[in-house]
Design a protein around this ligand. Structure first.
Ligand SMILES: NC(=O)c1ccc[n+]([C@@H]2O[C@H](COP(=O)([O-])OP(=O)(O)OC[C@H]3O[C@@H](n4cnc5c(N)ncnc54)[C@H](O)[C@@H]3O)[C@@H](O)[C@H]2O)c1
Length: 322
């Protein structure tokens, strides 16, 4: 098979490219480099620069590389920005997916994996979030991911395409410092930024109904996200009737206070007392994946611990902020 990986020059996409090529798969990348970097790609992986919104480009790439499967990772991912620019998010994440699916079906592509997110669940009021937990996104970003899943599933019902929507929980870490996340939108880089600026890390609310009062999340190493894609791609290749919706998480919660403590320890900034501020609107108390279905379906489970995520993310941060 030849896999088209959209968004392959991004943070998660480049890890998926690395894992899939190391696993012996043939891949080609389509990326508009809006947030990605060509240097993230290993030597020998073809990069086509362009947007998934451009049907002519997508048609040409599918044809020129005789693509048989697509891993659609390209997308916009900032929650706050999606609230300010809903039209942009719907265009990039939903219309971009529609154009890509339309082209893929026309080109006879028979396998399609889609990057979804735990944001589809919104504010789940359960101990462990299963794939059956009702989806109720609370921002345009999460809405576009849920609409994307619907579209993928609907296409899989009427066209000969095996499909998988993969709902990532809180992604952190890096396989190598060069592949680290450039953005400062998640807890780990946000704390790095505060600590290296000589400021106390911020914790948004310590009065949640959790053991230490801070929010609990399921952090997952980006290398584990990548290995889950390899497993899902193999499953789709072997099973043309596959219709999968899977959480990718560790199934273990870590509180924000504990995570900040690990980050302070790893970065050598122990002893700085975190500053507790008001809760942020839309932050659920606890979001932890049930990782049962992905283990049953793909025989996959996460291998990396939280401390490894922080250590590898820190190495990347130091490289980018010498
Ligand atoms: N990072 C997370 O914590 C997280 C969690 C859940 C889901 N996701 C999803 O995973 C995907 C990748 O996230 P990331 O963290 O690697 O972000 P990223 O911004 O690093 O990567 C996105 C990549 O897609 C490319 N891209 C964007 N729009 C494009 C378009 N229209 N056409 C072609 N390429 C385009 C960008 O240049 C970039 O290389 C996104 O779909 C995101 O919603 C991310």
């Amino acid at each position: 098979m030849t896999w088209l990986i959209t968004g392959g020059a991004g943070f998660i996409g480049s890890h998926v490219v690395k894992a899939m090529t190391e696993g012996g798969e043939r891949v080609v990348v389509l990326d508009d480099l809006s947030t990605g970097r060509a240097e993230r790609l290993p030597a020998g992986v073809p990069l086509e620069t362009g947007t998934v919104l451009d049907r002519d480009t997508v048609d040409r790439v599918l044809r020129d590389h005789a693509v048989t499967g697509v891993v659609h990772i390209a997308g916009k991912k900032q929650v706050a920005e999606s609230v300010e620019k809903p039209l942009h998010y719907y265009r990039e994440n939903v219309e971009g997916l529609r154009v890509l699916l339309d082209a893929a079906v026309a080109a006879g592509v028979s396998r399609f994996l889609f990057s979804s997110s735990a944001a589809v669940y919104g504010m789940p009021d359960v101990d462990l979030v299963t794939e059956e937990t009702p989806c109720a996104p609370i921002n345009p970003y999460g809405e576009t991911k849920l609409a994307g899943e619907w579209l993928v599933t609907a296409v899989g019902k009427v066209h000969p395409v095996a499909t998988a929507s993969l709902r990532y929980f809180n992604v952190a870490g890096a396989a190598t410092p060069e592949l680290g996340d450039d953005g400062v939108f998640n807890l780990v880089p946000m704390v790095f930024e505060r600590l290296t600026a000589g400021q106390a890390p911020r914790i948004f609310g310590d009065d949640y109904p959790t053991p230490d009062g801070t929010c609990i999340r399921d952090y997952i190493h980006v290398e584990d996200i990548a290995s889950a894609h390899v497993a899902a791609a193999r499953r789709l290749a072997a099973d043309p009737d596959a219709r999968l919706i899977l959480n990718i998480g560790r199934g273990e919660g870590v509180s924000v206070a504990d995570m900040v403590g690990i980050i302070q320890d790893v970065t050598g900034h122990e002893g700085v007392k975190p500053e507790i501020t008001d809760r942020r609107p839309g932050d659920p108390a606890r979001v932890v994946a049930s990782a049962d279905r992905i283990r049953e379906e793909l025989g996959w489970s996460a291998r990396h611990e939280v401390r490894e995520m922080v250590e590898s993310a820190w190495a990347g941060w130091q490289l980018r902020h010498p």
